[in-house]
Design a protein around this ligand. Structure first.
Ligand code: PEP
Length: 254
């Protein structure tokens, strides 16, 4: 049975104090209001991770993620952070391949494959993001793009490693734009992804893989998106910065 997950991506927002208050509010709301089995992940900037891990220790269904790691184990990479460092402060997940990293930092599928390897080696579960741009959607190439990102980024993994990974389908045209994919558009791509996984890893692994939707998900559209057969939760950007909105999205599973 695959896991249902709602993951927040704070991006480069929240100073230390604001982040701690937001997270404490989320913890309390989840404790008081959320029933069901869905896991909640908060992917925060590096400065928050250790404190959030300590706070989350009181709430077993909330776990902590980072938003990036370097592909090397350690070394002379000024300003970077390693997977082992993240793990050492209690981080469980790491977002890899977010479109903002691909677009603004030139991260390629080949580089992302290295990052996925180092994350898994250090017991971090990658939330591996894929998705097409507006041009790629309009020119009908989106299935090719998804296929390439899967093939070059994660299809080198063994069955055992692949089973630890979460995939997030995030159409680039929907991220931070208010233009959410319709539940049908999202389901179409999620079903395609699951079919590709089945062809590569078999039905059992494909059925057990959590595939999240990301892109302007909010409390109004979450329930419709999450009710689709192949959508197992969401990766939430803007709406994860407001405890009420984020909690209402988590509750959309109930
Ligand atoms: C994201 O950045 O992963 C994201 C989905 O952002 P937003 O929800 O703001 O579109």
């Amino acid at each position: 049975m695959r896991k249902k997950i709602v993951a927040g991506n704070w991006k480069m927002n929240m100073d230390y104090t604001s982040g701690l208050s937001l997270f404490s509010e989320v913890l309390n709301m989840v404790k008081d209001e959320v029933t069901g089995t869905q896991e909640v992940v908060v992917c925060a900037p590096f400065i928050h991770l250790q404190s959030l891990s300590q706070l989350a220790a009181q709430q077993s269904r909330v776990t902590i993620g980072a938003q990036n790691c370097h592909q090397a184990e350690s070394g002379a990479y000024t300003g970077e952070i390693s997977a082992a460092m993240l793990r050492s402060v209690g981080v469980s997940y790491v977002i890899l391949g977010h479109s903002e990293r691909r677009q603004y930092f030139g991260e390629t599928d080949a580089l992302l494959a290295e990052k996925v390897n180092v994350a898994l080696k250090n017991n971090l579960k990658p939330i591996f993001c894929i998705g097409e741009t507006l041009d790629e959607r309009n020119s009908g190439k989106y299935f090719d793009v998804i296929k390439r990102q899967l093939g070059d980024g994660i299809f080198h993994l063994s069955d055992a490693d692949f089973s630890k990974l979460v995939i997030a389908y995030e159409p680039v045209w929907a991220i931070g734009t208010g233009l959410t994919a319709t539940p049908e558009q999202a389901q179409e791509v999620h079903a395609f992804i699951r079919k590709e996984l089945a062809a590569k890893y078999g039905e059992a692994i494909a059925n057990d893989t959590t595939i999240l939707y990301g892109g302007s998900c909010n409390p109004k559209n979450a329930a419709d998106l999450f009710s689709q057969a192949d959508i197992d939760g969401g990766l939430i950007g803007g709406a994860s910065l407001k405890s009420r909105d984020f909690t209402d999205i988590i509750k959309a599973f109930n």
